[in-house]
Design a protein around this ligand. Structure first.
Ligand SMILES: Nc1nc2c(c(=O)[nH]1)N[C@@H](CN(C=O)c1ccc(C(=O)N[C@@H](CCC(=O)O)C(=O)O)cc1)CN2
Ligand SMILES: NCC(=O)N[C@@H]1O[C@H](COP(=O)([O-])[O-])[C@@H](O)[C@H]1O
Length: 185
């Protein structure tokens, strides 16, 4: 996304990169690009609710139009969800295999095709309206790591494309579906 946003025609820029823990490659990548970063750790707060509020306050410092969750492994609470649209990427074809272990669960189930889903987060876990999906074939030789790496290649490209289109064209939510721009494909 940082690379794509170097082109003014992309229509979006990364105003900050945040995480709930240190040592994240995305933080280092942002720092190399002189993009502001922040870390808000759950363990630094007395309760989950206080962390939720603190995270939303950190995000508010950057006034984003859209929050993108990519590999953010915490369920976001109401303070963030009620303040911003949150786009999430999940390494499975929702509603199948939601949660923190989508690739592991899909492989264990024996699926021959899996993929990734870009959706708007809601209060549930991977239950929000779907923006886009792409499929990835499962190879007989796959283990969780090899399959997940192939999914990541597809989902990163999809996420960058979707964020740019949403920024340029806007979006509307119709029940469980998100339409980018003014009309259905
Ligand atoms: N309100 C929402 N927040 C988030 C969603 C969402 O759909 N609604 N998606 C997640 C990303 N995600 C799957 O795509 C996901 C991430 C993490 C978990 C989870 O069980 N997290 C545990 C802690 C895990 C850990 O710390 O290692 C937790 O939050 O207690 C489920 C799904 C992003 N946020
Ligand atoms: N349920 C949330 C979830 O599984 N998120 C997944 O974590 C990976 C992060 O990869 P990265 O750390 O290499 O960017 C991505 O595949 C993302 O979809």
């Amino acid at each position: 996304m940082l690379d794509a946003s170097a082109d003014p025609a992309y229509g979006a820029c990364v105003v900050a990169v945040g995480a709930d823990r240190d040592g994240i490659e995305g933080l280092a990548r942002a720092e190399r690009a002189q993009v502001p970063t922040f870390v808000e750790k759950l363990r630094d707060h007395p309760t989950r609710a206080v962390w939720d509020e603190a995270l939303a306050a950190r995000i508010a410092e950057y006034k984003p139009d859209l929050v993108v969750s990519a590999g953010f492994m915490k369920i976001l609470g109401a303070p963030t969800l009620e303040a911003y649209p949150v786009l999430n990427t999940h390494p499975a074809l929702l509603p199948s295999f939601p949660g923190a272990h989508g690739v592991r669960d899909a492989l264990a189930h024996g699926v021959r095709v899996t993929g990734c889903t870009v959706m708007l987060a809601d209060a549930g876990v991977d239950t929000g309206p779907i923006v886009a999906q792409e499929t990835v074939k499962v190879l007989d030789s796959d283990d969780e790591a090899t399959l997940h790496e192939r999914i990541k290649t597809v989902e990163r490209e999809l996420l960058v494309d979707i964020v740019g289109r949403m920024a340029r064209e806007g979006w509307t939510v119709h029940g469980r579906t998100v339409i980018i721009g003014g009309a259905r494909d």
